[in-house]
Design a protein around this ligand. Structure first.
Ligand code: ASP
Length: 343
């Protein structure tokens, strides 16, 4: 084969490789616990700005050719550091007034996963979950053991008072008053503030990842672990599908919600949107639970079902423009999302 011929073959191969490159997509949520009458213009503006910033930071990773996991951690640390969300700073309180945080990540291409639960000194639990995956032989570490591991691998620790915000404290006081009067929570279980943050990403190599971080449910017993940090329940990714959930965690654990969505996609070839809607809007409510989820497949299809008054959410793809929504039927992320990236 002459040199020219060889070069032509190499050029053809690289064009083929480029044309197979996937358009990256990042989808995030900031929880399904939105209660319309608790919202005001300033809060909405701050939430939308934080979601947009998280999308931009995460997408910068994907655009630079970095793996989906880098986009997940870049986006979620923004939301963990923002006290408007129930994760990291601004997490809800347990019944006895502590903050106990859970988080998990999963790499869809290798099925590797890492999780932490019941930590109260880790500034960004999503980074510790990733360190558990990449730097330990385990999938999940809890409490003091997780924090000792954080110290060893250099993940930032803070004083537990870092997580406290006055707003969350007042929410707990209200819940405790309602508990003591045996009154139902004013907004049903949504008042337990599902403000978990989550992300799913598809990188340029076509690989998926998922991550979720939370303060859990307000007024929970100390020691309670929710779905966010349980692989398959609130967080799951494989080669075909990635999911992060938000809602009443006990139901997500019992339905193994994130895994149930991905198995419909992977094994039964159910379209992503239908798979996600069946689990989130049929199976979970039929058992008495509620909440939402974000899901992404390997072709870039997005689903964002929820059955509460709103779910903080957003997505970003090739145009680099963050799309953000809070309530139902917002044009940016309604039907358009399905027609959007890769759709
Ligand atoms: N799913 C979380 C939990 O049960 C709560 C949330 O979504 O905010 O811990």
């Amino acid at each position: 084969m002459g040199l020219h011929h060889l070069l032509a073959v190499v050029a053809a191969l690289s064009v083929a490789a480029v044309s197979h490159a996937t358009t990256p997509v990042l989808v995030i949520h900031g929880g399904a616990g939105v209660i319309k009458r608790d919202m005001n213009a300033a809060r909405e503006k701050a939430v939308r700005a934080a979601l947009a910033q998280a999308l931009r930071n995460g997408y910068a990773q994907l655009k630079a050719g970095k793996p989906a996991l880098d986009a997940i951690t870049a986006a979620l640390t923004v939301l963990e550091d923002d006290s408007n969300f129930n994760a990291g700073k601004g997490s809800v309180f347990t019944h006895d007034g502590r903050n106990e945080l859970d988080a998990a990540v999963m790499d869809g291409s290798t099925l590797r996963a890492g999780a932490v639960a019941g930590v109260h000194r880790v500034k960004n639990p999503i980074l510790l979950a990733r360190a558990v995956m990449e730097r330990s032989q385990h999938v999940m570490l809890i409490g003091d053991g997780a924090e000792e591991f954080a110290r060893e691998v250099g993940v930032t620790l803070v004083d537990p008072s870092y997580f406290r915000t006055e707003q969350r404290w007042q929410q707990l006081q209200k819940a405790l008053r309602e508990d003591s009067q045996d009154k139902p929570h004013a907004d049903g279980e949504t008042a337990r503030h599902f403000g978990t943050v989550g992300a799913v990403a598809l990188d340029a190599r076509g690989q998926l990842a998922a991550g979720t971080s939370t303060g859990g449910m307000m007024d929970k017993r100390w020691g309670r672990v929710g779905d966010s940090s349980i692989i398959g329940a609130g967080t799951y990714a494989n080669a075909d599908c990635a999911v992060s959930g938000t809602g009443w965690g006990e139901f997500y654990i019992r339905t193994v919600a994130a895994h149930a969505i991905c198995m419909r996609v992977s094994l039964m070839h159910v379209p992503l949107e239908r798979a996600a809607a069946e689990v989130i809007n049929q199976e979970i409510p039929a058992m008495g639970g509620n909440g939402g989820a974000i899901a992404l497949d390997a072709r870039g299809h997005i689903a964002m079902p929820f059955n509460t008054e709103g779910m903080y959410r957003g997505w970003i793809s090739s145009d680099g423009v963050p799309h953000v929504a809070i309530y139902d039927a917002e044009p940016d992320v309604g039907v358009g999302a399905q027609d959007g990236p890769g759709g």
